[in-house]
Design a protein around this ligand. Structure first.
Ligand code: AMP
Length: 249
């Protein structure tokens, strides 16, 4: 069984992003970019399935600018066998990515597609669900445990009241939650090996997909600055302030 793992190049989670002065978006010039953390978890899970002998090939795919190749090389250093770059300079929204991935699913026929539950830049949490709908595949989102037995995939999800376990028949779409696994560190020898793995590039238009944005960002603003805290001398003052200043009780 083949596994397809979509990996997104996003601003590194350690970077404190700045809103552009004209409020049109976030400034990403000269900012460290990395693989979306949930996608690292997805690659790790796919590679573990391969190590268990359940999966024969792990294919990483990234949609975006040429620099997404670095993200694909990271996926291959974790253990993916090959990479596909769907190259475009258009701003890609989740629906466009889902359509591109659907075209690749038709071509590659993977038994499993493991995506991150959300990209930490736009926090959309839509691509996996849209892909499942477009490709008419069963889906299990926010997986905290994944087991494959034959053509059945069992996925445990953390829900409000506890744990829910779903069983899907492959081919299926799964999205990863934080507790699914802890991705391995990429070692230098594996980074070197990854440089030799195959990486194909296709243009978005060659997949016959219209990637034009459907949503328009009207304004991006910083969250309001938090004021400094104060020390109160006693409980009575605290209660008074909560009642009359903060008006929360
Ligand atoms: P989102 O719906 O944008 O929050 O993204 C959810 C997941 O979809 C990510 O964790 C990735 O697995 C996948 N994804 C989103 N955008 C891309 C992209 N440009 N290239 C590859 N995978 C993507």
């Amino acid at each position: 069984m083949k596994v397809l793992v979509p990996v997104k190049r996003v601003v590194d989670y350690n970077v404190k992003v700045r809103v552009k002065s004209d409020g049109s978006g976030v400034d990403i010039a000269n900012v460290k970019m990395s693989m979306n953390p949930f996608d690292e978890i997805a690659v790790e899970e796919a590679v573990r399935l391969k190590e268990k002998g359940v999966v024969t090939e792990v294919i990483a795919v990234s949609c975006g600018v040429a620099q997404c190749q670095e993200t694909l090389r990271t996926a291959m250093a974790i253990g993916a066998d090959r990479g596909i770059l769907v190259e475009t300079t258009e701003e890609l929204q989740p629906l466009a990515v889902a359509k591109l991935l659907k075209a690749l699913v038709d071509k590659e026929q993977p038994g499993l597609i493991i995506l991150g539950k959300q990209a930490i830049d736009d926090d959309a949490n839509q691509t996996g669900q849209m892909l499942a709908a477009l490709a008419d595949l069963p889906q299990a989102t926010f997986a905290s445990k994944l087991e494959v037995a034959g053509d059945k995939v069992s996925v445990t999800r953390e829900v409000d009241g506890g744990l829910e376990t779903l069983q899907l028949t492959t081919p299926a779409v799964v999205t990863t939650d934080l507790r699914l696994n802890e991705p391995r560190y990429v070692t230098l020898p594996n980074i070197m090996k990854a440089k030799k793995k195959p990486l194909d590039t296709v243009k978005a238009e060659d997949l016959g997909v219209d990637v034009a944005p459907r949503l328009k960002t009207l304004k991006v603003t910083e969250p309001p600055k938090r004021g400094a805290g104060i020390k109160v001398p006693d409980v009575a003052t605290l209660v008074d302030k909560l009642k009359n200043e903060a008006k929360v009780i």
